[in-house]
Design a protein around this ligand. Structure first.
Ligand code: AP5
Ligand code: MG
Length: 214
């Protein structure tokens, strides 16, 4: 099963993608997580990506597309994968389609996690992330047992640099301009499904499982 997660920054793509990956035993591929790991390890890619991410801008397509295409050719993706944060522009979606067509494959579902902008700002300011294992929490909705420490791996949690309110506003406007057009793109391909992302996390996941099948 090959799945794309669509939705505004903070809509809950990562939260739901991790649950999907666990339930259906497929890898979770998040371009944001890949870039953050590169930033942490101070790689060349990380240094380049950081200049865009810190401003709330998209990393250029030429740094992003091959990264994902190389990743899903790995043997662990044989039964499918869930793409989180990619594609994010029409050219990325077209490159993805072309790469899949060469393999005789296609995406099965594009799941749009729908959340209005007003809810987003609140979610982002409360989010805490673990750069070590990729877990995310929310100080109100998913608190950790010990404040500031990852329940899963014990590392310290951070507030992402791009979760500051002014950067969140920029990310939202970039989303509306460059990523939202993908909703029409995948609607035309008849694989778009909408879920109401304002519900509780468990209810959002139930809605997704109804679509994907148990
Ligand atoms: P990326 O890491 O993909 O960030 P994003 O799309 O902005 O999305 P987020 O990760 O912020 O939100 P999410 O939807 O995953 O929400 P989450 O589940 O964490 O990208 C970061 C940057 O990298 C981009 O800005 C860009 O620069 C670059 N980049 C990445 N991919 C790229 C690409 N393809 N092309 C170019 N550039 C790229 O949830 C948010 C919070 O809400 C959490 O605290 C969570 O606990 C809470 N929450 C989740 N669900 C619920 C719920 N139902 N109710 C209450 N709270 C909830
Ligand atoms: Mg995410």
């Amino acid at each position: 099963m090959k799945i794309i997660m669509l939705g505004a920054p903070g809509a809950g793509k990562g939260t739901q993608a991790k649950k999907i990956a666990d339930k259906y035993h497929i890898p979770h591929i998040s371009t944001g997580d890949i870039f953050r790991a590169n930033i942490k390890n101070e790689t060349e890619l990380g240094k380049k990506a950081k200049t865009y991410m810190d401003q709330g801008l998209l990393v250029p397509d030429e740094l992003t597309v091959n990264l994902v295409i190389d990743r899903f050719k790995n043997p662990d993706c044989a039964d499918g994968y869930v793409l989180d944060g990619f594609p994010r522009t029409i050219p990325q979606a077209e490159s993805l389609d072309a790469a899949l067509a060469e393999l005789g494959e296609k995406i099965d579902y594009a799941i749009n996690v729908d959340v209005p902008d007003d809810n987003i700002i609140n979610r982002m300011s409360g989010r805490r992330a673990c750069l070590s294992c990729g877990a995310t929490y929310h100080i109100v909705h998913i608190p950790t047992k010990e404040e500031g420490i990852c329940d899963r791996c014990g590392h310290e949690l951070i507030l992402r640099d791009d979760d500051k309110p002014e950067t969140v506003n920029k990310r939202l406007s970039v989303y509306h301009e460059q990523t939202q057009p993908l909703i029409n793109y995948y609607t035309a391909k008849k694989i778009l499904v909408d879920v109401d992302g304002t519900k509780d996390m468990a209810d959002v996941f139930d809605a997704i499982v109804k679509i994907l099948g148990a």
